[in-house]
Design a protein around this ligand. Structure first.
Ligand code: CP
Length: 334
């Protein structure tokens, strides 16, 4: 895969070699993310950070990643605050904004919208999530986290068993992550969801065609001997009514008691976040917060590393980052 100058729109662009390249560069970014040193390699570069749908992690970590490489960030948030609300096309918006920036990260509620935008862009565009379709940078950071967590337990991605739980129909993170996992060997998928919110057949086809095993279930059953438990939120913003979403909220709560009953003591708990902590949902209970296998905040930290790596690769500076090292002069909490 040639990263330099390329859009990152879908996990379909990645093979194992490309993933390894991203992970190697991400690993090199750790001292910068930990503020042990800083770099000005992207001094003068501008990220256009366009988020037309709510976000905390993805938007801020894209911006943080770009700042940590020495670049500047210009943001647009919310459809109603942009000229898209006046009927401007994605193509025109892209032509205009690609004259203002060096690279663009974008989230939009419509499937295929980021790819449509990229057609009008003269600079690289990174997909920060397009409707229920894909979230490629989340999938890469999830996979990076899985690799690190499994390595800490003396195993690796090949041969692993992942349980994906919740709204597998609308959850773009599980779609993208499943596709990336299919590049590895002998993966077992346990897919737990209400039957109305099951994993789309297009993703099941990818799993089947890659020769992996999967089971589909509508509840936690017995001992799920998974290495990874990947919990998701009911994506209420994708339902036609709140009442319809409410039918499913709270159906798959995970707390310490349920975890102990159904998972191994070493099963790593992941969630793309945000977790819905309201009482009627509470899909990932706070009583798991001190469980050492809860990896959700290691995931969010890893998101900065992976997004730094993608910026460095697409802007072609990955091999010269350390040539622009500077000291950190302020107090840093360890
Ligand atoms: N995981 C994720 O995409 O979170 P945000 O919606 O906060 O960006």
């Amino acid at each position: 895969m040639n990263f330099k100058g390329s859009h990152i729109l879908s996990v379909n662009q990645f093979d194992r070699e490309a993933i390894e390249r991203v992970f190697n560069v991400a690993h090199q970014m750790l001292p910068y993310a930990k503020r042990e040193k800083r770099t000005t390699v992207l001094n003068g570069a501008i990220l256009g950070n366009l988020f037309f749908e709510p976000s905390t992690r993805t938007r801020v970590s894209f911006g943080t990643a770009f700042n940590l490489l020495g670049g500047e960030v210009r943001e647009t948030t919310g459809l109603s605050n942009s000229a898209l609300a006046k009927g401007e096309s994605l193509y025109d918006t892209a032509r205009v904004l690609s004259g203002y920036s060096d690279i663009i990260a974008m989230r939009h509620p419509d499937i295929g919208s980021v790819a449509e935008f990229a057609e009008g862009s003269r600079i690289p565009v990174i997909n920060g999530g397009d409707g229920a379709n894909e979230h490629p940078t989340q999938a890469l950071l999830d996979l990076y986290t899985i690799q690190k967590e499994l390595q800490a337990h003396g195993s690796n991605i090949d041969g692993m068993h992942i349980a994906m739980i919740g709204d597998l129909k609308h959850g773009r993170t599980v779609h993208s992550l499943s596709k990336l996992l299919c590049l590895f060997k002998n993966i077992r998928f346990t897919l737990i969801s209400p039957k109305e919110l099951a994993m789309p057949s297009s993703i099941i086809d990818v799993i089947e065609n890659a020769g992996h095993q999967y089971t589909i279930s509508q509840q936690f059953e017995g001992n799920v001997d998974a290495d990874i438990c990947y919990q998701t939120r009911i994506q209420e913003e994708r339902f036609s009514t709140q009442d319809e979403a409410n039918l499913y909220r709270g159906k798959f709560r995970l707390n310490q008691q349920i975890y102990t009953q159904h998972f191994q003591s070493k099963t790593v708990i992941m969630h793309p976040l945000p977790r819905d902590s309201r009482a009627e949902a509470n899909e990932l209970d706070n009583d798991l917060n001190l469980n050492p296998n809860l990896a959700i905040f290691r995931q969010t930290d890893n998101g900065v590393l992976v997004r730094m790596a993608l910026f460095a690769l697409t802007l072609g500076v990955e091999s010269i980052v350390s040539q622009f090292d500077q000291k950190v002069h302020w107090h840093v909490n360890s």
